[in-house]
Design a protein around this ligand. Sequence first.
Ligand SMILES: [Zn+2]
Length: 284
Amino acid sequence: MVFGVPLLFVLSSDTTVYESGVLGDSMKITTRGTGDPEVAVVGAVHGDEPCGARAIERLLASDLKFERPTKFVVVNEEALERGVRFVDVDLNQVLPGDPNADEHERRLAAQLVQEVEGCFALGIHSTHSFNEPFGVLSNPTDRKRKVFRRMAVDQVVDTTGLSEGRCVDQPRFVDVEVGPQGTEKAVEQAEHCVRSFLATVGAIPGSARPTPTDYYEVTEIEEKQLGSEYEFLARNFSKVEAGETYARRDGEELVADESFWPVLASAGGHDTILGYRAQLVGEL
Ligand SMILES: [Zn+2]
């Protein structure tokens, strides 16, 4: 699979910047450190979540010393520029993609998979549902757990089996969610998380001691009823007891039949999903 010859800029002995891919489908890649990248940071999988790309920009402008070769990827530059989640399809539903597909994001997905091959990767997302960073993983491995135990997040959500084609379904890929989406606070959180991730995997100097991290497993997707108006009354990562009213649909109370912890739940964050129901498993 050939994506065309990248235009390469070598900025210093340890920095290269290039546009990977053919014209119109390119993504911005910056590598730091010497040798083949072993670590990747991925921003702008969704174009309406600019915090990842901004955090990458800020980080690269600082004079960090890289101890392991690291690749920074700004994936969907076109969607980012337009301020939309995606141009044709949601990139985070179509991995591993297809270089010959008609849709922009399917082609980008194939390119992204190729770019992060051989790397342990962190994707940066943002949400309206929660104002502190938390981790998202799927098909947990020792390494994924170890990284999140040391990273600056207090909660980690296991989304195994929830859907397919996401970055976190890749064997060496985890995500972090920051918020609120579209704010300066999200950018600051994203930068803090990336620094903490890079220190955790030994890409930059810094201490990365294990910290207490709550581990949740998503058990259910709560879909919205088409055309209905929602109010979300509970708080994410706070237990909803059986019998508690956690939301209103067109003014009608939605009462929990059994206890759960809401995750990524909000009235207006998503068109078709109110949020996820999770159970607190314990400490990661
Ligand atoms: Zn996202």
